[in-house]
Design a protein around this ligand. Structure first.
Ligand SMILES: [Zn+2]
Ligand SMILES: [Zn+2]
Length: 291
């Protein structure tokens, strides 16, 4: 137990120093400035080429979502990930050592060309996340957490990172195990994470993009707006679960884009009763009174 605690506290203090350096010394390997730069870039595209022309530049909940963006990106996405994955890796390796194994990699992934390692990891991570996202819709307890993301009524890039902090915990823990098993380390995530943030920002942006024939590979704002639609086909717990890639929705028949209307009503049943402020939204899944 002490060992686990040391690993967790070690990761957190390590992360604190890391964060301080990140903010004080900008560099190319820096999440903080990448997030800010990507956000300004996509926001600029929204201002120059708006899909919903009547939507204000500072749309409804712009600041709330902006706050969520930094809160989730830093405090939980990275800290939580760091702590959980270090504990996960160490415990997993210790467990395997009990059986005399110190390498579970079925094939030597690190002998592949670097670009193909990244590509495999990107596709694999995205597929795992697609499954987790479906689960967030299907399971009624998990849905209570995921409602925060679906409470957005006016879509814009910052809505991308409006989600309950528990989602980071759920996503990262489930996602990590299979990736660790084939031998991917934490440091590999940087570039993939930045690409995923860029695609995710665009998916939520007020820009009409479908990427032509590439819409069958990449998720896009038109497709993802339908994921947030108030009206979805009956007897389905959701549509268009894709994160970066749309291919899984086409393969498994969960894709649904009946038209390209930018003014779809968004949200879920009874969402007018859903709390409007950050603290109340974070506490909502744990409360007994539900919207
Ligand atoms: Zn969803
Ligand atoms: Zn979304």
């Amino acid at each position: 137990m002490e060992y686990i605690w040391q690993t967790i506290s070690g990761s957190y203090s390590g992360y604190f120093n890391y964060l301080k350096n990140e903010i004080l010394f900008p560099s190319w390997h820096n999440y903080f400035y990448w997030l800010i730069a990507l956000s300004f870039f996509v926001w600029l595209l929204e201002i120059l080429f708006p899909w919903r022309k009547q939507q204000a530049i500072f749309r409804q909940d712009f600041w709330l979502d902006g706050f969520y963006m930094f809160f989730n990106f830093f405090l939980f996405s990275l800290i939580g990930f760091n702590a959980i994955s270090n504990v996960g890796v160490n415990l997993f390796n210790r467990f395997l050592l009990l059986f005399g194994m110190n390498n579970v990699v079925a094939f030597q992934i690190n002998q592949w060309p670097v670009w193909s390692q990244y590509l495999l990891m990107f596709v694999l991570a995205d597929f795992i996340q697609w499954n987790i996202h479906r689960l967030l819709h299907k399971n009624k307890y998990l849905w209570e957490f995921h409602k925060v993301h679906h409470s957005v009524k006016q879509m814009g890039f910052a809505a991308h990172l409006r989600f309950h902090w528990m989602e980071s915990v759920i996503y990262k823990t489930i996602q990590y195990v299979p990736l660790a098993m084939i031998g991917f380390g934490i440091q590999d995530f940087f570039i993939i994470h930045i690409i995923a943030v860029a695609i995710g920002h665009l998916n939520h942006a007020n820009i009409k993009l479908t990427y032509g024939p590439f819409k069958y590979i990449f998720n896009n704002p038109v497709m993802h707006l339908w994921h947030h639609a108030y009206h979805i086909p009956e007897n389905r717990y959701g549509v268009n679960f894709g994160l970066s890639l749309s291919i899984w929705d086409y393969l498994f028949k969960t894709a649904y884009i009946p038209n390209e209307n930018g003014y779809l009503p968004l949200g879920f049943n009874n969402n007018e009763k859903f709390p409007k402020t950050f603290i109340k939204q974070e506490l909502y899944p744990f409360s007994k009174v539900k919207a």
